[in-house]
Design a protein around this ligand. Structure first.
Ligand SMILES: Nc1ncnc2c1ncn2[C@@H]1O[C@H](COP(=O)(O)OP(=O)(O)OP(=O)(O)O)[C@@H](O)[C@H]1O
Length: 373
């Protein structure tokens, strides 16, 4: 049976497509998505970044795919048989599309399917609006994935690529340690946040702004986090309009909550720096005010791991974003995972066992299914 997903459901963007295809590849459940990214105001349908993930996963699990083209509003993804991954081909998105969103789509599959340690190289954007920056992935997502029990992951940034820098394609290599064959991801609980013990600042900006950042950040962080040590790192972006600021609160239980700002529009210099600092400090403070263990963006990105884990996982977070609601909805539709608030019983996926038998049984039925059906 093919699971039909309406692409305008809830958030109705690219995340719905990525997660649906990722879970389809993992569980062997065929999916058909219609009106893809139908809630977006710009051009709808599949973009380069989504297509890169879909095609890579299709190759990896020998899926039959229809509608895998840029701008396509419908996609049928039918994983045929699961093959243990013995190689992990690199990906060139072909635009400054987000490297980290492609990584987000592929990571669960590689975790469960790869035979060996995987080095996945992706060319594209590393600092792209409305997506996790490579800095967020390195300093927030990866440490949080370790905290919930994933095997070691590494991020090697070779070159940055900014959303607006069409000639500056970035390159990153992700090192992924897969689960051993027959192993599952144990259930995890993130419910005790503890106290904030450190604040990390990660700044990528022209060197001319370094002093401005220090001048603005010191008093703002002093007011928001009195007495908490701050660890500051600055990288020269060598471009007047490439400004990025990430603030991370590290807690006594090892949680990391981050907020960031990518500033590549008109304002430069002191005006831009002051605006970024004010905004990000305020946003991080409100993230902490909800008392949960994860920030808004981490929340939706952990749903897939809760869904595939063995046992009952729980994550305490603030108000649920549309992205989180969408992720839970896709997990229910594709894998039958029923969330009760932020708790769910995962499907206990086993590494190296991605429903080959089920797919063979379905093979005959699938012959008759197509996008036109
Ligand atoms: N500043 C940020 N830091 C970390 N993660 C982020 C940030 N902004 C967005 N994200 C995450 O990036 C993902 C964005 O998914 P979304 O569907 O909006 O994007 P998309 O694939 O680019 O599609 P679309 O082009 O339709 O928006 C979500 O998982 C969201 O939590």
């Amino acid at each position: 049976m093919v699971v039909d997903l309406l692409g305008t459901t809830l958030e109705g963007g690219g995340q719905l497509l990525r997660l649906a295809v990722g879970l389809s590849a993992l569980t062997g459940t065929p999916v058909r998505i219609t009106d893809i990214r139908g809630n977006r105001s710009g051009p709808r349908g599949i973009k380069g970044q989504h297509l890169s993930a879909v095609r890579w996963l299709a190759d990896a699990c020998s899926a039959r795919v229809e509608g895998d083209a840029k701008g396509s509003r419908e996609l049928l993804f039918r994983p045929k048989t699961h093959v243990r991954l013995t190689s992990v081909p690199p990906i060139d998105i072909g635009s400054p599309g987000s490297v980290t969103l492609v990584f987000q789509a592929l990571l669960p599959f590689i975790l469960f399917a790869s035979e060996n340690h995987a080095a996945l190289t992706i060319h594209g954007g590393t600092n792209v609006s409305n997506s996790p920056s490579i800095d967020y992935v390195t300093h927030v997502l990866v440490p949080m994935l370790h905290l919930i029990g994933l095997p070691p992951l590494t991020v090697r940034l070779h070159r940055r690529g900014w959303s607006t820098g069409r000639n500056e394609v970035g390159e990153v290599t992700f090192g992924i340690t897969p689960l051993a064959r027959d192993e599952s991801l144990p259930a995890f609980t993130l419910v005790e946040r503890g106290e904030v013990v450190r604040v990390l600042t990660r700044i990528v900006a022209p060197s001319s702004t370094a002093r401005m950042f220090t001048t603005e950040l010191a008093p703002a962080l002093g007011r928001a986090f009195p007495g908490i040590p701050v660890d500051e790192a600055f990288e020269d972006s060598r471009h007047p309009k490439r400004l990025y600021l990430l603030l991370i609160a590290v807690t006594s239980t090892g949680c990391r909550l981050g907020r960031d700002w990518l500033f590549d529009r008109k304002a430069t210099g002191e005006v831009a720096v002051a605006a970024m600092v004010k905004c990000v400090v305020k946003e991080l403070s409100s993230e902490l005010a909800h008392g949960g263990c994860v920030d808004e963006h981490m929340h939706d990105q952990l749903v897939v791991f809760q869904a595939v884990a063995r046992g009952r996982s729980a994550v305490s977070a603030g108000a649920e974003s549309l992205h989180t609601q969408t992720a839970k909805w896709v997990a229910w539709e594709v894998a039958g995972v029923d969330f009760d608030d932020d708790t769910c019983e995962g499907v206990a996926l086993v590494a190296g066992d991605v429903k080959r038998g089920v797919m063979e049984e379905l093979e005959e039925e699938l012959q008759s299914v197509s996008l036109a059906a």
